[in-house]
Design a binder for this molecule. Structure first.
Ligand code: BEZ
Ligand code: FE
Length: 301
């Protein structure tokens, strides 16, 4: 142990942690130490820089509340949430199942229930659109009674949680598919918005001269008995930030463009999007597809 130098300290730490009984924890921590030390060596980290980083991480923790998870926002803006989602999709997504996207911090449990074709805009006003299609299984058969949850910004790019009275729910709802697996939702055309920029993550994003915007999108959560819960979002292809999402949530297969005159739309006069959600059977080891900035799922011990 004596006479450690910068070439031997990494192995000394790993040797001391070798007593960890949980094999996965041992593997993760060994790799973490190797990469952290490698990073410090690569950038020749100075004590002042490391103190500044500790100050930043402290501010990130202090910004967290039951309604705000600044660490997940940090993970999102560093692309780590997307990386974890992509790896999980590659390991567990079956066949043609719809790709996942970030849950984000604005999901709420117990959203109001609506019927086929109803509007989720109870208070908000703005240009409307129709989202419709089917929830289908691996054989392209409609899944009846699937739950389709939607939450979206109003036409100004704000969620109900950001309104003056966040106890009022608006622009969100739960729908059930019919016997053929069909759903139809009337909503407002969403607007792109800035991630919360009033905390340390916002300071970081500004220091990097990034714009901080997410392209306009509609969040969706689709589930049915015996199927893997799908957490995803549909992105409007004409948004100026479609190729530079600050949290890296966009996939090509999730980009849509509302168009009027779609013959099979429940209201062809409205700009409409026909999108079928493909869900896959739940495997015995599956937990939930909810990977993202959902503060209610983060536990502090
Ligand atoms: C969202 O889409 O709601 C979101 C996702 C990650 C960070 C901030 C917002
Ligand atoms: Fe969002």
């Amino acid at each position: 142990m004596a006479d450690l130098n910068q070439d031997t300290v990494t192995e000394a730490v790993i040797a001391q942690m070798a007593s960890t009984p949980d094999p996965r924890m041992r593997q993760v921590m060994e790799s973490l130490v190797r990469h952290l030390h490698g990073f410090a060596r690569e950038v020749k980290l100075t004590p002042e820089e490391w103190l500044a980083a500790i100050g930043f991480l402290t501010r990130v923790g202090q910004a967290c509340t039951p309604y705000r998870q600044e660490f997940i926002l940090l993970s999102d803006t560093l692309g780590l949430s997307r990386l974890v989602n992509l790896m999980d999709d590659q390991a567990n997504r079956v066949g043609e199942a719809t790709e996942t996207s970030l849950l984000g911090p604005f999901y709420r449990e117990a959203a109001p229930q609506f019927g086929y074709g109803d509007s989720i805009a109870v208070h908000a006003r703005g240009p409307e659109m129709m989202l419709f299609g089917r929830v289908v299984n691996e054989k392209n058969e409609g899944v009846p009674n699937a739950i389709v949850e939607i939450w979206s910004t109003d036409a100004d790019g704000a969620y109900d949680l950001q309104a003056n009275d966040p106890s009022v729910m608006d622009m969100r709802g739960q729908f059930r598919t019919d016997a053929q697996g069909r759903y139809a939702i009337r909503t407002l055309i969403p607007l792109g918005y800035s991630i919360p920029m009033d905390g340390p993550v916002g300071d970081m994003v500004r220091a990097q001269r990034r714009h901080g915007f997410r392209p306009a999108h509609i969040h969706m959560l689709v589930g049915a008995e015996g199927y893997r819960e799908l957490v995803t979002a549909l992105y409007l292809g004409n948004d100026p930030h479609i190729d530079s999402d600050t949290v890296f949530g966009v996939s090509e297969t999730l980009i849509v463009q509302p168009r009027t005159g779609l013959a099979d739309s429940p209201d062809p006069g409205l700009p409409s999007v026909h999108y079928d959600f493909h869900i896959s059977r739940r495997a015995p080891h599956d937990k939930s597809g909810r990977v993202g900035a959902d503060p209610s799922k983060v536990t502090a011990e």
